[in-house]
Design a protein around this ligand. Structure first.
Ligand code: AMP
Length: 534
């Protein structure tokens, strides 16, 4: 067989040949921008030429700080096609992490939305290796850029040569892009994607046993293009010739509903909070939508949300799981053909799991160094391997902590049932290890938060003289509501065995949180570590 390289050029060339008439629609500050793949392809080539003319050398990293729009999509292709590495920078990072990732990746040029230039103000002086900024916008004020020299994207595109020749034989293992995971402790960790990994991930997104993206779709990625390449959807949508709708800066739920209606969007992807917001709009004023799939991941989709879409709006809702290290598609919660006749309650249950492994990947459930049974009950750490799974962190001494024997240790604690459905129960560092048995802090928190008097609940494991660790619960009550510890324990007792019951429940006025609003369990563990041992 021929060993043709699996590189982005192959996908781009195919798309340009087969779908020159397909549309890309982009919501911007001054209205909508529309053009066809043909013009998109020409501008991609011009951008590559412009970057070459600025002196960018092969292999150098180029950063983007931008929302989901057509210029960002052009960078998604122009940078890797010319043999460079696309670094999509999370614009919500705290300032010190922003400086860290730009520095660590060694970005030479930054492409920045005009409205986001102020993010560079506190760190501009500390980025000596950045040689130029290209400002994305219609008529940007270049003097606003804290880093100089600054160029206007549209001026560069207008002057650039559209005739650049890309290398069709670009080695498939060449780096294509880098994305950093947002860390709760320490600096972010970089994941380098290869051409081959992205190519195979793209085919994975097209598989009917999964997302089934095709040229019949109109795709709206709400998930930001700075987060794991918007789950690989922009690259895949171009490759498969789908119509693409990009929501621009800070879309509100109403903006999203308007776009989905106007453009007849069939597939849209985002985190649960996006779909909660959209549900509120649709509940107030229902509109007919063409959605064949709402794709939801990034954190667990609450079962009630899935029901709202499927039963309330008759919109198919698909829960999926992945991480920066897995490009990110790992599992998709679809119902196997052999299970379609199961009762509605079982089907709802399957749809709320993280789902079935994508063909092409391999998984293990590991507990105390051994493979744990796939019985739907035994908890273990999920390990993954496959052609779109990272095998290291970029230039990072923390690599050995997360990779072992060719597997990625995800840090997610899961059960896998005999049919292969993965259900996440906790992060590895949060699971409570009591006398060798594991207790899911997330399950206890969800059960506590289902009590009518409870506003928020966090559960952490703290040292215990006999059991090593026992669960300790923290509860914030809703204003004006009361509930005693005994009542809450009785409530939990309906769902979980006695040995899962927290040894104590403490009432707080608020749960400490991280900058992105997740519970800061470390703070609770540190403060209360002596609570059960004294
Ligand atoms: P990130 O690398 O920032 O995308 O975060 C990946 C992590 O988010 C995973 O390791 C999981 O802990 C969590 N995650 C992603 N998708 C889901 C999901 N569908 N349900 C629960 N947790 C999820």
């Amino acid at each position: 067989m021929m060993h043709t390289p699996l590189n982005l050029y192959g996908l781009f060339k195919y798309s340009q040949q087969m779908y020159p008439e397909q549309w890309i629609v982009s919501r911007g500050p001054d209205g909508q921008h529309r053009y066809q793949y043909r013009q998109f392809g020409e501008r991609v080539r011009r951008l590559s030429s412009a970057l070459r003319a600025l002196g960018v050398q092969p292999g150098e990293r180029i950063g983007t700080i931008a929302w989901n729009d057509y210029r960002h999509l052009e960078a998604y292709f122009a940078i890797p096609l010319m043999g460079n590495v696309l670094h999509t920078i999370n614009l919500r990072l705290p300032t010190d992490h922003l400086r860290y990732v730009i520095h660590h990746a060694g970005d030479r040029v930054l492409l920045v939305d005009e409205a986001l230039l102020p993010l560079l103000r506190p760190i501009g002086e500390q980025l000596p290796h950045v040689r130029a900024v290209i400002v994305l916008g219609d008529h940007p004020n270049l003097t606003q850029s804290p880093l100089q020299p600054a160029y206007a994207y549209e001026d560069l595109i207008a002057q650039a040569d559209p005739g650049i020749a890309y290398d069709p034989d670009m080695p498939e293992d060449a780096p294509l892009g880098i994305c950093y995971t947002s860390a709760t402790t320490g600096n972010p960790k970089g994941v380098m994607y290869s051409h081959r990994g992205l190519y195979l991930h793209t085919l994975g997104i097209g598989m009917v046993n999964g997302i089934a993206l095709s040229d019949a779709d109109t795709v709206l990625p709400v998930v930001p293009m700075f987060h794991v390449n918007a789950w690989g959807l922009p690259h895949a949508a171009v490759a498969f010739g789908a119509k693409i709708v990009l929501p621009g800066p800070q879309p509100t739920p109403q903006d999203l509903v308007d776009l989905m209606k106007q453009e007849a969007v069939t597939l849209s992807a985002g985190v649960p909070t996006v779909w909660l917001g959209v549900a509120q709009i649709l509940e107030k004023s229902p509109v007919p939508l063409a959605l064949r799939m709402v794709l939801c991941g990034g954190s667990a989709a609450p079962p009630a949300l899935i029901r709202t879409y499927e039963e309330g709006f008759h919109i198919p809702f698909t829960h999926a799981y992945g991480m920066t290290e897995t490009t990110p598609l790992a599992t998709v919660a679809r119902v196997k053909g052999t299970l379609r006749d199961r009762p509605a309650e079982d089907i709802a249950n399957l749809k709320s799991t993280q789902g079935l492994l994508t063909l092409g990947l391999d998984m293990r459930l590991v507990r105390d160094g051994q493979d744990a049974p796939w019985d739907g009950e035994t908890m273990g750490e999920l390990w993954l391997r496959g052609p779109w799974v990272a095998d290291e962190y970029y230039d990072d001494a923390r690599t050995p902590m997360s990779f072992e024997d060719g597997w990625l240790k995800t840090g997610d604690i899961a059960t896998i049932d005999p049919e292969g459905y993965v259900r996440l129960v906790d992060r590895a560092k949060d699971v409570v290890k009591s006398g060798g048995e594991w207790i899911s802090s997330v399950d206890l928190e969800n059960a506590l938060m289902a009590h009518p008097a409870v506003f928020e609940a966090a559960v952490v494991g703290v040292p215990h003289p006999k059991w090593d660790e026992r669960p300790l619960a923290f509860v914030v009550l809703k204003p004006g509501k009361t509930a005693a510890k005994e009542e809450l324990l009785e409530h939990l007792g309906q769902y979980y065995p006695r040995w899962w019951m927290p040894d104590d429940i403490l009432f707080l006025s608020e749960i400490p949180k991280t900058t992105v609003g997740k519970f800061l369990k470390r703070a609770l563990r540190d403060q209360y570590q002596g609570h059960l041992s004294s």
